[in-house]
Design a protein. Structure first.
Length: 365
């Protein structure tokens, strides 16, 4: 059993890495196209006065205009795209070290290439990729040194300055745009996760904690503005018996049906939630109790007509307790307690009915 769990966790981890790697490769694809093209301009400005064999120029063109697309294909078609893209970044660093040595360590072009590739590695993999990238750059320098020897040229021409300007301006802008898009996406994900944390996963209504928070807010608003509101507590009659007799799948279907009935009958401003188990709750802002009673009666009648296709003999009903806001309430708990007493009164008097918390009950709550 433990082995199966480990296999399942491993499979899930690999799927997460695969999804993460695809988006990672897509984010890097466009900046790599721009970066290699800009590097080609800078490298050409330094190399053209030097006697270079034809295959060096061919390698430069392949590195600038073929490699970005090849790297993207290698990453997206790999079993683990994230790891493949990490290898691609190391190849970028290897190429960078090779071209820096071929440029005879000309200060402006060399520093531009090294800083841009290093910035990529730090942004993509932090300290670990920074170190591995530096080692790859050293390897590229060694390869160039073995082929052509190592030379140092401290002079910087005006042509080289102009050739490096696009790299120093456009590429950081491309990286900044990628970071901005990533920040926007992270903000959206954070907003989505925040919304999901407030929702009951089964019914799609507010969960217990979120609804209680809103109840406190509405209570203080009623106190401050001397406005009115009504709350309702709803209980599915004999729900435990439904679960025991028909199973939890049918029980879950009943819960979802009640949430659907509530959404269809409530206003957009009304706040419905699942209080816990088979209990639901609603806040009716700026609604008198009489109107809330009519809505709850409609909900009760609609829900009682529900028939489960797998258990057509199943019959369901609701007990509902309502409590209007009262100035004598000192906190939201008293208001909720009044609705709770009204709910239990409905259950004690035969169930399948809507009961109102009268003023006497409210004052004693």
């Amino acid at each position: 059993m433990l082995s199966c769990m480990q296999k399942e966790l491993t499979r899930e981890f690999m799927e997460n890495r695969q999804g993460k790697g695809l988006s990672f490769a897509k984010r890097i694809y466009r900046p790599r196209i721009i970066g290699t093209a800009m590097c080609c301009v800078s490298i050409t400005a330094v190399l053209y006065p030097l006697p270079m064999p034809g295959w060096i120029w061919a390698l430069l063109l392949v590195n600038a205009f073929v490699w970005p697309h090849l790297a993207y294909q290698l990453a997206t078609r790999a079993k683990v795209p994230y790891d493949a893209e990490q290898r691609n970044l190391l190849c970028d660093a290897l190429f960078c070290g090779f071209w820096v040595a071929m440029l005879q360590f000309t200060p402006l072009a060399a520093v531009t290439l090294l800083s841009m590739v290093t910035m990529n590695n730090v942004a993509a993999g932090g300290k670990r990729l920074l170190i591995h990238g530096a080692l790859a750059q050293m390897l590229g320098i060694c390869v160039a040194g073995l082929l052509f020897g190592l030379h140092f040229n401290p002079s910087v021409s005006q042509v080289q300055v102009y050739a490096c300007l696009p790299m120093l301006t456009l590429y950081p802008m491309a990286i900044g745009m990628v970071c901005y898009q990533l920040a926007i996406k992270l903000t959206e994900h954070k907003r989505t996760l925040s919304a999901l944390s407030r929702i009951d996963s089964l019914t799609g209504l507010l969960n217990h904690g979120s609804w209680k928070d809103l109840l406190h807010l509405k209570f203080h608003k009623c106190q401050q503005l001397r406005s009115h509101a009504t709350i309702a507590l709803i209980d599915i009659d004999h729900f435990k018996q439904i679960n025991d007799t028909y199973g939890h799948i049918v029980g879950d279907a009943v819960l979802r049906q009640l949430s659907l009935v509530l959404r269809r009958n409530l206003r957009e401003d009304d706040l419905a939630g699942r209080y816990g188990g088979d209990e639901f709750c609603v806040i009716f802002p700026l609604m008198p109790q009489e109107q809330a009673v009519r809505i709850m009666e409609r909900v009760r009648e609609t829900f009682s007509n529900y028939r489960n296709p797998h258990s057509p003999e199943l019959r369901v009903s609701l007990s509902i307790g309502l409590a209007d806001f009262h100035p004598l309430f000192t906190d939201a708990a008293m208001w909720l307690n009044a609705a709770d007493r009204a709910l239990y009164a409905a259950k004690d008097t035969g169930r399948n009915r809507v009961n109102i918390s009268d003023e006497k009950v409210a004052q004693l709550a």
